[in-house]
Design a protein around this ligand. Structure first.
Ligand SMILES: Cc1cc2nc3c(=O)[nH]c(=O)nc-3n(C[C@H](O)[C@H](O)[C@H](O)COP(=O)(O)O)c2cc1C
Length: 355
């Protein structure tokens, strides 16, 4: 199917409805596994050079589904069909919640950007964990993006995260702690070194699954360094960078609500990666604490640029909306070509080569 041909029709639809429609199609694939395998052959790129083993998990390719695409874990079985080598589900909160009032997602095709103010709308821990149980173990590594309920005051947030880790331990491969969403009031205040050390420390005691932390692109570099150092002290196993930005100066015609993703986030996300990767390299920790880069990765050049600047894995969401699912295979193929050109046998050799 040619995405460019159907794009104008999709863009006529309200963005949240378009996503629900996509979900309806993708979740139905699990009932036709043979069809799924057949479709996958052109999209799901595997090559020894793309393969990595991180946290005891095998990642067949580095491109993953970013948090927020599959909020309720209904589409995990279709991730490989879209070409993804891994992904996240969620954000999941302990109790179900509706999220912020609609409209809460806006497309900006001229800037290849999206703004969203969803606010962790999801069906809650119980329903989602029961659903994931049916697909576990997954075909590719799947992590849970976990967040606190809106009604939980920030000083009790740690309780929510503990409930989520305990409740999802058996049905996901790793966790991404989300305290960087701009759409839950007060959440980003938790992105401070003291709280992060306590939060990651306590969660690490509860599970043998890797705990990753997702950062905001709007943090001062000074705070970033302290937060990363404390997260490591607490036992963090990887850093995801970044979530959406509320710096509305990155786009000419923003609305003043929610977070911006896609092309206008590209430079901020890249700078943040470079900063954290340089810090970890200096501490000789870049191999032990793999970095996941996300934000405006919409071409093979950009994907490869992130790898040579320290990212072991990549994620995307908004580029799927503007380039269609073919972008995933394009990035993976482009990385293979560039690894070969630069004489790296594997991604692992290329990670951080330009730092
Ligand atoms: C509609 C939408 C919903 C999102 N929901 C979440 C979420 O629930 N949890 C999360 O960590 N990030 C969420 N994000 C942020 C993405 O995971 C990602 O960090 C950000 O969009 C930058 O990547 P991109 O430019 O490839 O979209 C959301 C993004 C969008 C566009």
């Amino acid at each position: 199917m040619d995405f460019e041909k159907i794009k104008p029709w999709i863009y006529k639809l309200n963005p949240e409805f378009a996503h629900t429609l996509t979900e309806t199609v993708l979740k139905s694939y699990k009932y036709c596994p043979l069809f799924l395998e057949w479709l996958k052959k052109d999209t799901f790129i595997t090559d020894l050079s793309l393969e990595q083993h991180l946290w005891g998990l095998k990642f067949p390719n580095p491109v993953g589904v970013a948090g927020g695409f599959d909020k309720n874990g209904t589409m995990v079985e279709s991730f490989p069909l879209l070409g993804f080598g891994w992904g996240e589900v969620g954000a999941i909160t302990p109790k179900p919640q509706f999220g912020n009032p609609k409209p809460r997602v806006w497309r900006f095709p001229e800037w290849e950007a999206v703004q969203n103010s969803f606010g962790f709308n999801n069906q809650g821990l119980e329903r989602i964990s029961n659903r994931l149980k049916k697909s576990y173990p997954f075909k590719v590594p799947i992590g849970a993006n976990i967040g606190k309920n809106k009604t939980t005051p920030p000083h009790q947030a740690i309780i929510d995260y503990k409930i989520l880790v305990k409740g999802l331990e058996e049905v996901v491969d790793f966790f991404v702690v989300n305290i960087s969403s701009p759409n839950t009031p007060g959440l980003r205040t938790l992105l401070n070194p003291q709280f992060v050390e306590k939060l990651i420390g306590e969660l690490s005691q509860l599970t043998s699954r890797p705990i990753l932390l997702k950062l905001s692109p709007d943090m001062e570099f000074n705070t970033v360094e302290q937060v990363v150092a404390e997260a490591i002290r607490g036992g963090v196993k990887g850093i995801v960078l970044t979530n959406t930005t509320t710096d509305y100066s990155v786009m000419p015609t923003p609305i003043k609500r929610g977070g911006i993703s896609g092309r206008p986030l590209q430079q901020k996300s890249f700078q943040m990666l470079k900063f954290v990767a340089t810090f970890l390299k200096r501490e000789e920790l870049l191999k032990q604490i793999p970095l996941i880069s996300v934000g405006g990765i919409d071409s093979p050049e950009e994907g490869y640029r992130r790898i040579i600047h320290g990212a072991s894995l990549l994620q995307l969401y908004t580029p799927l909306i503007f380039k269609g699912p073919k972008i995933v295979a394009q990035i993976n193929r482009g990385i293979i070509e560039r690894l070969e050109r630069d004489k790296f046998k594997t991604i692992g050799e290329a990670v951080g080569a330009n730092l």
